[in-house]
Structure formats: structure tokens, C-alpha cells
Design a protein around this ligand. Structure first.
Ligand code: ADP
Ligand code: MG
Length: 597
């Protein structure tokens, strides 16, 4: 624990204050989001500059005022000095109101654009990407990190610029007034630089760990919350509590370490400034006493006030620098998201029009999810246009994957998939997916009314069309009963069969030329299933339909059946042909038949 509080590791390598990547990221942010706001930024800078000038004027007026006092001058002069000093501070005060308002407006605008880009970009990622990355990672970037950057750009950076101007202007004045004293005070500068340089790397490292701890916490929270039913029924509240608490402890530790990494900076500056003050009083005092120099008491007092006015913003600048180091880590994290390139995109010259009613062919398709285990090797299948084909097989045999590949959710490694003779890779992704109505195995229901949930697949549908789809899917009664009521996150307030019927209603509403049904009626009771199946059969009239089912009674009347086993087609033919073959299918069918009787 205590070693965490020690900010410096014995690290002899020299780290630059800004790495090449840091500079690149800053340039990216500047070019993408700030450059177009240059005019406003210049306005803010102008105001900030005025603030600096006000400080310098204050200094010179103070000196004048002091002289009036020391030399027993006229009271009117004193009053004039007082009035101008007040006026200057009023000016500075006004700027202090306008500058943060302007800069927050600028920065939040820039970050809103960045968030929009992140959202746009997120939508292009391959499905496989989302299956590998926990959602907390995205939430961290889009919510937390974007917000942090906004605050940083809006407040910290602008204050830093103001402080920087103040330091430059006041220092300039001090050099002008008493160059020797100024350079005496400057002796401490290398110390400050050295400390900053030593801390920057530590800060970055702890910030990186902090971000990943925060991401871990968000992921754990998301997982626990969405799995609450399982957590409760299996009595795992304690385990979940532990897990979340451990995450929060980690964040706590890292926060302390982050502070520790920065902690040395301010004391170092304070010490350095104390040393500078002492030097100035000593050297300046000596020069005044020795009297061969042009320095009097008023100059020394003004100089000391000036030094205070320099060291205070300098302190802020140093703090800004340490914050900047940690924000660079965040900037990098955000930029990384934007640098991810999706692989499933429109090929050059991809077509929007293709024969959606044509035959679908898998030709020697090779595909694997993980690099070392092939799921499909030279898989060939043929789905006749306008007809119904079924795929059956044990769980894990690859049925769902066939449908996923057809929708180009994943890219085949070898071979090709064609629809009406066109390779799906040569079709625009949108156009391709527009041609499917899907009832997927994992149904996604949103926290909205049933009506809105059905409408989701075709926002332009009329109310009458939505009701008709709901009638067909046998969900209209429930939709009437629940009315506007939301169905809970992920449809938590609905039964499995109700969710499935919403998915089926979506397929009716969409009514695209190709119909993909993946265990579409598996969660329904027999009576409802019979009704829904009759409706689905009507829907599939004239459409190329792929039916994945394990209740074989559901598919006896399809035109062709494929039997998959561990990613290979082991049998194919009509129901009657397959029964005659006395193979896997015939076996499955007899078992199921005896179970249902
Ligand atoms: N998204 C995925 N990432 C990695 N492996 C997967 C993924 N989806 C399915 N698999 C694996 O691929 C195989 C086939 O799965 P799937 O097509 O869903 O089978 P089925 O629908 O016939 O039950 C299974 O072994 C499964 O574990
Ligand atoms: Mg499946």
C-alpha cells in the first residue's frame, strides 16, 4: 500500500514531455474540432490577453500609488490611481464572466461533434467487434471520457492560456523594470521543469490504469444489472456485491496513486517560489542599500507583488500540465475508437439492385469464428428462389451461422455466397440487409410499447399495417391490453413466447423478399404455434424462405431440407426422400414423433 504512495519509481529513462503520439492526437483534435472555431477562439484569447494587460497595468499603477504615498504627493493623484485600479479589476471581472461562458460553449460544441463522430463510427463496426468488446468500454469512451475532455478543453485549457499570458506579460514588465532581479529569480526555473518532466510519465501510467479500472467497473455493473434474474435465482448477490466492491476499491486506490503522482509538483513550486522571494528580498535589498543601483523600496515591493502574480498562475500552469498528461491518455483512448476500421463495408462499385427473388447459393464456403477451429469447410448449399428450404441439425451444428453469413454479419474466408447470381460482397450492405425479414434466435426487444417495438423494423408503416402484423403474429390481444405501457429493459416484463411473437410481427410488417426464420416458434405453446405457423406460411408465399427448426413437424412440407452436423451437410432432400434414406434425419424424426404422441 505505502509503496503506492511513493510517486517516483527508480526509472532512469528520460521521457519527453509529449510523445509523438500525443502530438498527433492533439493535432487530430485541433484539426477535427477546434480549427473551424478559430474566430471564436481568437476572441476568447483576445479577452484573456486583456485580462493579462489589466494585471500589468495594475502593477504599474500600484508602483505609482506607492510613490505618491512615499513621496507625500497629492491626494487627488492617489484617488485617480484608486479609481483606475478599480476600473481595471472591473474589466478583468467582466472578462472572467464572458471567457468561461464562451469557452464552455466552444468546448462542449467541439466535444458534441466528437461524440457524434464516435456514434457514427460505432455503427459501422463489425458485429464480431461487439462480440469481443464488453459494452462498458464503449460507455466509458462515449460518456465519461468525452465528458472529461469537454471539461478539460473548456475550462482547464482556457485558464491555462490566461495564466500563460499573465506570466508572460507580468514577467515582461518585471524584466523591463528590474532585469537583474528577474534573472536572479529565474534561477529556480530548471528545478520546476525537472519536477514536471519526472512526474509526467507516472501520471500517464496511473491514468491509463485508472481508465481501465473504470471500464472494468462499468462492465461489471452492466453485467450484474442485466443478469439480475439469474443473480437472484441462483442466490449470487454476495458474489456480485464482492465483485463490484473490488472494482470500486481498485478505482479508489488508483485515484490515490494518481494524486500521489502529481503531489510533488505544487510543493516543489512553492518551495522554489519561496527561494525566489528570499533571493529578491536579499539581492534587491542589498542593491537598494548599496544605492549605486537605480532601485528603490517601491521598485522592490512592486517587484515582489509582481512575483506573486507570476508564481500564482505558474502554479496553476504546473497543475494544468499534470492534468494535461492524464487527459492525453483519454484523448488517445477516444482516438483509438475512431481509428478502428470495420471490415464489412461496401466494396467499390457495390450494387444497390440485385435479384432478391433469385436463388441463394453457398459455394464452397469456408468460415470460422476463431482462428484455429474451422466451422464450415467447403460448405455448399442451394436455396431455390421463391421456395421454402429448411435447415435442421443439433445445436452448435452451424444453422444460425448460415443465416448470419447470408446477412454478411461475418465475412466468409473462402468460397462465396450469391443471391440471384450476385456475390453478396458486391451488394451494398444496406441493400443486402434490406432484403431480409428476420426472426432471429436471440430476440432484441427495446424498452418501449409493443406497438413501437413492432414498428421498429419499418418506421414508415401505418398503424393499420402494424395492427395487421400483430394479428398475424397472435400478439394483437396483448398489444391492446398493454396499450402504451413499456415492456421493460430488454422486454423484461414479457414472456419468451410473447417476445417471440413480437419478433414474428416484425417479420410480417417488414415483409421483405427473403424470409429467415431461426427457431422462430420454439417458445410458443402448440396451439399458438399452429396458428402462427399457418400465418407464417401465408407470409412465406412466393418468398425465398430459410427455416431453421428443431421441431421437425414444423418443416415436413418444405421443398428441401438440409441436415447439418458439425458444420457439414450430411443429408439433403425432401422430407419423404430423407425418410427413405434411413439416415440422421429419419432417426431424429422417429424419435421426435414418438415423443409427441
Ligand atoms: N459469435 C460467435 N463467436 C464465436 N463462436 C460462435 C459464435 N456463434 C456461434 N459460435 C460457435 O459456432 C458453432 C455454431 O453455432 P450456431 O451457428 O449458433 O449453431 P446452431 O444455430 O446450429 O445451434 C457453435 O460451436 C458455437 O459455439
Ligand atoms: Mg442457432
Amino acid at each position: 500500500m505505502f509503496k503506492d504512495l511513493i510517486p517516483f519509481r527508480r526509472d532512469r529513462t528520460r521521457h519527453p514531455l509529449f510523445t509523438a503520439e500525443d502530438r498527433e492526437n492533439i493535432m487530430w483534435f485541433w484539426n477535427g474540432y477546434l480549427k473551424k472555431r478559430t474566430i471564436w477562439l481568437v476572441a476568447v484569447l483576445g479577452l484573456i490577453f486583456l485580462q493579462g494587460i489589466a494585471y500589468q497595468q495594475f502593477l504599474s499603477l500600484t508602483e505609482k500609488g506607492l510613490r505618491v504615498i512615499f513621496d507625500n504627493g497629492a491626494v487627488t493623484d492617489l484617488i485617480r490611481v484608486c479609481a483606475i485600479v478599480f476600473g481595471l479589476f472591473a474589466l478583468r471581472g467582466t472578462a472572467s464572466y464572458v471567457v468561461p461562458r464562451l469557452s464552455t460553449w466552444l468546448a462542449s460544441g467541439a466535444v458534441m461533434e466528437m461524440r457524434r463522430d464516435m456514434i457514427d463510427h460505432l455503427m459501422t463496426f463489425d458485429l464480431a467487434h461487439f462480440e469481443m468488446t464488453p459494452p462498458g468500454d464503449y460507455i466509458l469512451k462515449l460518456v465519461q471520457q468525452a465528458q472529461t475532455l469537454s471539461q478539460f478543453v473548456g475550462q482547464a485549457t482556457i485558464s491555462a492560456v490566461r495564466d500563460f499570458f499573465t506570466v508572460i506579460i507580468v514577467s515582461g514588465y518585471l524584466i523591463y523594470k528590474a532585469p537583474f532581479l528577474f534573472f536572479t529569480a529565474l534561477i529556480v526555473a530548471p528545478v520546476i521543469l525537472f519536477v514536471l518532466q519526472r512526474t509526467s510519465n507516472g501520471i500517464k501510467e496511473v491514468q491509463r490504469k485508472s481508465e481501465s479500472a473504470l471500464g472494468g467497473y462499468m462492465n461489471a455493473l452492466e453485467e450484474t444489472l442485466s443478469g439480475m434474474r439469474t443473480v437472484k435465482i441462483s442466490n449470487q448477490e454476495r458474489f456480485e456485491r464482492e465483485r463490484l466492491t473490488v472494482s470500486t476499491e481498485k478505482i479508489h486506490d488508483l485515484q490515490i496513486r494518481l494524486q500521489a503522482a502529481q503531489a510533488i509538483v505544487l510543493p516543489a513550486i512553492d518551495l522554489a517560489s519561496a527561494f525566489a522571494y528570499s533571493l529578491v528580498i536579499g539581492v534587491g535589498g542589498y542593491m537598494a542599500i548599496a544605492s549605486e543601483h537605480r532601485i528603490d523600496g517601491a521598485t522592490i515591493i512592486t517587484f515582489l507583488i509582481g512575483l506573486v502574480m507570476v508564481f500564482d498562475p505558474l502554479r496553476n500552469l504546473a497543475r494544468f500540465f499534470t492534468t494535461l498528461q492524464s487527459r492525453l491518455v483519454i484523448l488517445r483512448s477516444v482516438n483509438r475508437l475512431l481509428n478502428i476500421r470495420p471490415t464489412i463495408t461496401d466494396a467499390p462499385g457495390a450494387v444497390a439492385e440485385f435479384d432478391t427473388k433469385g436463388d441463394i447459393r453457398f459455394e464452397d464456403v469456408t468460415f470460422s469464428y476463431a482462428a484455429d477451429t474451422e466451422l464450415f469447410q467447403n460448405l455448399s448449399m442451394h436455396f431455390t428462389g421463391g421456395h421454402r428450404t429448411a435447415i435442421v441439425g443439433a445445436t452448435g451444428s452451424g444453422k444460425t451461422t448460415v443465416l448470419s453469413l447470408l446477412g454478411r454479419l461475418y465475412e466468409v474466408e473462402a468460397g462465396q455466397i450469391t443471391i440471384g447470381g450476385t456475390n453478396i460482397r458486391d451488394i451494398q450492405v444496406n441493400a443486402l440487409r434490406q432484403s431480409f425479414s428476420v426472426v432471429a434466435q436471440d430476440i432484441v426487444i427495446f424498452n418501449a410499447s409493443i406497438f413501437e417495438n413492432i414498428r421498429y423494423v419499418r418506421p414508415d408503416a401505418t398503424d393499420a399495417e402494424i395492427w395487421e402484423a400483430a394479428e398475424n403474429a397472435e400478439i394483437a390481444d396483448l398489444m391492446r391490453a398493454r396499450g402504451e405501457a413499456k415492456v421493460g429493459p430488454k422486454g423484461a416484463q414479457l414472456s419468451g413466447g410473447q417476445k417471440q411473437r413480437i419478433a414474428i410481427a416484425r417479420a410480417f410488417l417488414r415483409s421483405a423478399p427473403i424470409l429467415l426464420l431461426d427457431e422462430a416458434t420454439s417458445a410458443l405453446d402448440q396451439r399458438t404455434e399452429e396458428k402462427v405457423k399457418r400465418a407464417l406460411k401465408r407470409l412465406s408465399e412466393g418468398k425465398t424462405t430459410l427455416i431453421v427448426a428443431h421441431r421437425l413437424s414444423a418443416i415436413v412440407d418444405v421443398d428441401r431440407i438440409y441436415v447439418l452436423d458439425a458444420g457439414r451437410v450430411v443429408e439433403t432432400g425432401s422430407h419423404d426422400e430423407l425418410l427413405q434414406q434411413q439416415g440422421l434425419y429419419a432417426g431424429m424424426y422417429t424419435t421426435q414423433k414418438s415423443e409427441y404422441l
